[in-house]
Design a protein around this ligand. Structure first.
Ligand SMILES: [Mg+2]
Length: 327
């Protein structure tokens, strides 16, 4: 028999969720952090059913994992050096099963065990539609990545290939625009994993900090590519008031990524890639791509009114490559 949340009641639900938290965490309405570093990073992301996730393409565990990964990805894009944890707000219909909720928390727990941090608390409510809101808290050290820190002459680097998550979604929804028989098995597995169980830029960030040439200052621009590669670059250009010049032959494509449409579009702005997009001094960029597997130099930064351009001077129109809009 399926146990529904409205049959269990809030007190019992919270009692059952205790197992996912540090002992004593759930008794009070607040969590207490003891800090040695006052430089705190905080971010919140909201995930709405049928906008950001769907039960038809993701298990409840995947939903839990991915919502945490998306938040950790934002912390990574700001240079996080320690993750304290997250709070989780979930609103869901009263008829939702306990089993679904438990599995979401299992996925949240798996992600925290993998990326670091603890479940610090949260809230639950009844709602017509399922919504998860996660707030992540971390601290930052010597390297604070800002979108506004790009400089003329910088090299643009990505920590990994783009478009895989979008391909994963296409495969999971049997998108008629692609013939999956023509794709390599490893590309398909990689793409579905990127969609359901994404990694974040944390590993790339550790390498970035460790590979900085000693005389290069701790100055780098960065963000994650959760809204797509071009959106990430556009946001850096606008914040830093500069132009990004991209080499069309150096796009960050996965191995055996096909040519043409929709592939180009998915790589450029498929979204949910959760890689780091960095604007680095040349010597730091060279050191990073020599050290971090799958990272790639894709272009450079120059002065000028904010825009994206190909190396031949042609402007890259964001609307041509648009895939996902929040509104
Ligand atoms: Mg993000």
């Amino acid at each position: 028999m399926i146990e529904r949340l409205n049959q269990i009641g809030e007190r019992e639900i919270l009692n059952r969720l205790k197992k996912f938290m540090v002992k004593g965490q759930i008794e009070d309405d607040t969590a207490q952090l003891t800090l040695t570093n006052p430089n705190i990073l905080i971010n919140t992301d909201i995930f709405v059913e049928n906008v950001h996730f769907s039960d038809s393409t993701m298990s409840p565990q995947d939903i839990g994992w991915k919502t945490v990964a998306a938040n950790i990805s934002d912390l990574a894009g700001s240079g996080v050096d320690h993750i304290f944890g997250i709070t989780v707000g979930i609103a869901t219909p009263a008829k939702t099963s306990w089993s679904w909720l438990e599995k979401v928390y299992q996925g949240i727990n798996d992600a925290l065990n993998h990326f670091g941090g603890q479940l610090l608390g949260g809230d639950l409510s009844r709602s017509n539609q399922t919504v998860l809101s996660i707030t992540a808290i971390g601290s930052v050290g010597k390297l604070r990545l800002h979108r506004s820190y790009a400089k003329n002459g910088d090299i643009i680097v990505t920590s990994g290939p783009h478009g895989l998550s979008r391909l994963g979604l296409a495969l999971l929804t049997n998108n008629p625009n692609i013939n999956s028989d023509n794709l390599s098995k490893s590309l398909k597995i990689q793409a579905i994993k990127a969609h359901q169980r994404p990694q974040t830029g944390l590993a790339a960030l550790t390498t970035l900090k460790n590979c900085k040439p000693s005389l290069t200052p701790w100055r780098a621009a960065g963000t994650d590519s959760s809204d797509g590669l071009l959106n990430a670059l556009q946001s850096i250009c606008e914040s830093s008031y500069c132009q990004a010049i991209l080499d069309p032959n150096q796009l960050p494509k996965a191995n055996s990524w096909p040519l043409g449409l929709p592939w180009e579009k998915w790589c450029m702005n498929g979204g949910e890639d959760f890689e780091l997009i960095l604007s680095l001094p040349s010597e730091w960029a060279q050191s990073f791509v020599a050290t971090f597997p799958l990272s790639k130099i894709i272009g450079s930064i120059q002065k000028g009114d904010p825009k994206l351009m190909w190396t031949n001077g042609e402007e890259i129109s964001l609307s041509t490559f648009s895939e996902f809009e929040h509104f």
